[in-house]
Ligand binder design. Structure first.
Ligand code: MG
Length: 499
């Protein structure tokens, strides 16, 4: 295969970058181990080790010679891959440079305290315990936006941290369409009753060992390279981590009932893993290895979870596996499994939301975040506003803070600006579906027969192989000739739920 990196300055950059890469590799292993294996009290030393390694890699990113090399490379005649290297590194340098060390230290302390306060507040259902921490986080996030700089809104600077190039104006259009179209769709689904609000399978208890077997069998069906380039483990919150292109691990959890939660989590995480596994291997050890953004990454996981995992054809495909391992399945048909995977109801908790209501949960958070950062909304006003918006969007009012404003950890982690990437991913997944149906008209037939190779090949060709070479918006334009467009998601919902 032809070498992708030819330019001498780029080669020098990559030589230096290898150490940064190695630190990141070690950080991924430490992070994975913390979630999957670590005894409780190990956290004290682990968090110090991780903090020190972060400082070290920041130092290397901001090393004068390294920065000079990146600047020098920028003026050269480069190919797309090399330009990708410069773009990604310039961005890392800009972010590392933006924050003074005392600010980094302060935000990290505030985050630790806020996370503890949030956990207690959630457990005791007492928003007051979290309020002053949230105020501090709003203040620091606003400050972070000023350090980073922005053209129009301070919130844009935070959005860009999670999704390169994403701005409030992009989201305004997207959420305006969702707000207008989703409510009537939801009302009609509930009225027609073809898709149940609840399903008896949600209550069925399962044997954890049997469920593990099912998850592994589904991963084998997808062709996930278990034991070769991947693993499935257990952690409190399911996640995917790529140590490199040839070691991409996923996790799930087992609640012991309502098996779709663990099963669809595995399908979701597989989508993330496949993105990392199917990159161009020539990017190994370089800064363009790895998915380009959270939104594009989530589009891959949602494609597998929603478009494939929640299809009738997938229910038919996995039915025999379920029946072989879970005795209660013989009381149900494949169609029951399909309906169970697709219950629709307005409910309080985002992570348990169906694909129809999910984006309304994000819309609510987006509105509040925008007000916090752009308009100076105070924490004391957030809880009430949360409940009012929930009532307006979903027609239900949380009875407790724990099932309302305190449900997510994101704000305690000071990651304001993160939530919208979930919506980007969900919408893009439906967009990918429209494109793949044009290229592979028998897509659903292939799902039903478990023929995933052509689907994976298509995803590799259109998205995965590029790693971070192109910024998210450019990647979409190049591969599909258009950027994010919410109409595909709305059409998908209408066809599936009302067609
Ligand atoms: Mg995800």
């Amino acid at each position: 295969m032809e070498e992708v990196f030819q330019n001498e300055t780029i080669k020098q950059i990559l030589l230096k970058y290898k150490t940064i890469w190695a630190i990141e590799h070690a950080q991924s292993v430490l992070g994975w181990d913390l979630e999957v294996n670590m005894p409780k009290e190990g956290i004290t030393e682990r968090s110090v080790a991780q903090g020190e390694l972060s400082v070290l890699s920041q130092k290397l990113i901001l090393d004068k010679k390294f920065v000079e090399l990146v600047e020098k490379a920028e003026g050269k005649d480069l190919n797309d891959y090399e330009r990708g290297i410069v773009r990604v590194l310039k961005r890392s340098i800009k972010i590392a440079k933006a924050f003074p060390p005392e600010f980094v230290r302060e935000i990290s302390e505030v985050r630790s305290k806020a996370t503890m306060a949030w956990a207690e507040a959630k457990e005791k259902n007492d928003f007051k315990l979290f309020e002053s921490h949230l105020d501090k986080i709003i203040e620091l996030s606003r400050k972070a936006a000023d350090y980073l700089g922005y053209d129009e809104h301070p919130y844009d600077a935070l959005l860009d941290l999670y999704e390169e190039g994403l701005r409030t104006v992009d989201l305004e259009q997207v959420f305006a369409k969702l707000e207008k179209d989703l409510r009537p769709i939801l009302e009609r689904i509930l009225e027609e009753g073809k898709f149940p609000r609840e399903h008896p399978l949600e209550k069925e208890k399962y044997d954890i060992e049997a469920m593990k077997k099912i998850n592994l069998e589904i991963l084998r069906l997808f062709g996930y390279p278990l034991g070769i380039r991947g693993r499935l483990d257990v952690s409190p919150h399911p996640f995917t981590t790529g140590f490199g292109i040839r070691d991409v691990r996923i996790t799930t959890r087992y609640e012991g009932f309502d098996f779709k939660r663990t099963l669809l989590a595995v399908v979701h995480e597989f989508g993330h893993a496949l993105y990392e596994l199917q990159q161009d291997e020539r990017f190994m050890f370089s800064p363009i290895a790895g998915g380009v953004s959270l939104g594009i990454h989530e589009s891959q996981s949602r494609f597998w979870e929603n478009i494939i995992g929640r299809s009738r054809e997938f229910a038919e495909l996995v039915y025999p596996i379920l029946k072989d391992n879970l005795p209660f399945i013989s009381n149900y048909t494949p169609e029951d499994i399909y309906l169970y995977f697709n219950t629709v109801r307005p409910d309080f908790i985002r992570v348990e939301a169906d694909e129809v209501t999910y984006n309304l949960h994000i819309l609510l958070r987006y509105k509040l975040e925008k007000l916090m950062i752009n308009e100076g909304l105070r924490a004391s006003e957030v809880a009430e506003l949360w409940n009012d918006e929930m009532e307006r969007l979903l027609g239900i009012r949380p009875r407790t803070y724990s099932e309302g404003v305190l449900q997510d950890i994101h704000w305690a982690h000071a990651t304001i600006g993160y939530f919208p990437t979930y919506t980007l991913g969900t919408l893009l997944a439906a967009q990918l579906r429209a494109y793949i149906l044009k290229d592979i008209p028998d897509f659903y037939g292939k799902v039903q027969r478990g023929e995933f190779e052509p689907v994976k090949e298509w995803l590799r060709e259109k998205v995965h192989r590029y790693g971070s070479v192109y910024p998210p918006k450019e990647l979409l334009e190049r591969s599909f000739g258009e950027g994010l467009n919410p109409k595909y998601f709305i059409e998908y919902l209408r066809e599936k739920y009302l067609g």
